[in-house]
Design a protein around this ligand. Sequence first.
Ligand code: GDD
Length: 317
Amino acid sequence: MRVLITGITGFAGSHLAEYCLARGDVEVFGTARWRSRMDNVQHFLDQITLIDCDLKDSVAVRHCLTEVRPDYIFHLAAQSFVPTSWKAPVETMTTNVVGQINIFEGMRELKLDSRVQLACSSEEYGMVYEDEIPIKETNPLRPLSPYGVSKVAQDLLGYQYHESYGLFTVRTRGFNHTGPRRGDVFVSSNFSRQIALIEKGKQEPVVKVGNLDARRDFTDVRDMIRGYWIALEKGEPGDVYNIGSGTDVTIRTMLDMLLEVSSIDIEVRQDPDRMRPSDVEVLRADNSKFCNLTGWKPEIPLEKTLEDLLNYWRERV
Ligand code: GDD
């Protein structure tokens, strides 16, 4: 079986590549750009095939699909950081939306019948009312950032290309996921890195934070990417599935859990630059549609995920 992972050098992409390699029945290909960092994939680089491909370039995408002719495509490459999407909305839309159209159109042209998983996002739900929690797939989409809007577009394009042309798309709305290799701009990783720096005496004992009242549904990245695989094996073509733990914690609680792992006395200080023009206040998945269909359930508790993440940074700062 031939698998193509867009964004293989990234956080989820590198974990998914390892999962595929461990299966033993998969040949792994992945897209990377000439300036992509290789840290996440360095230790298994000799077992995968990297293809130089910026998804914004339709010619490059067509070459890539011609070379790989994948059975499964996991489309993970994206501008995935919400705050950047306010500063660079055009880049966010182009990378996320045009990039995906290039994949779809390339598949049509080459008459590929690959199964495609689309990494959509819980950020699509955006503004959610208390009586809508836990959030079902049928909830209205009220995105609160350009990033959220770009993911709505990706999601609905997945639906539309299935309906119009019969492409085998499965849309996964991933809730927050974290673990080792998480980019240091994202909250759990950013806090872990700061704590690791403080432990080493490289930062004053103050953790800078943004909105601690937001609530998020965290899943370990290793459970999440297993979900992506299962989605393509067992998901209905054209359909959409929430993937998340089904529980939520405030960002404050998540920080407290990290601080508990560390023995140092640390002050928590709000940094106005970390506040967003509009933040999504609460995200908690109703994961029953996906769990009932596929039998997937999260296996790694948040405590273990956060400990692994902090240890990851302790080895790097
Ligand atoms: N990044 C960051 N840094 N977030 C902070 C901080 C901070 O210092 N302090 C508080 N927060 C709050 C944010 O305001 C937000 O409410 C929450 O922590 C999570 O922020 P992020 O880790 O940046 O993730 P996100 O929820 O905005 O988006 C992530 O999850 C989506 C799925 O719901 C990203 O991974 C997206 O790509 C993904 O689609």
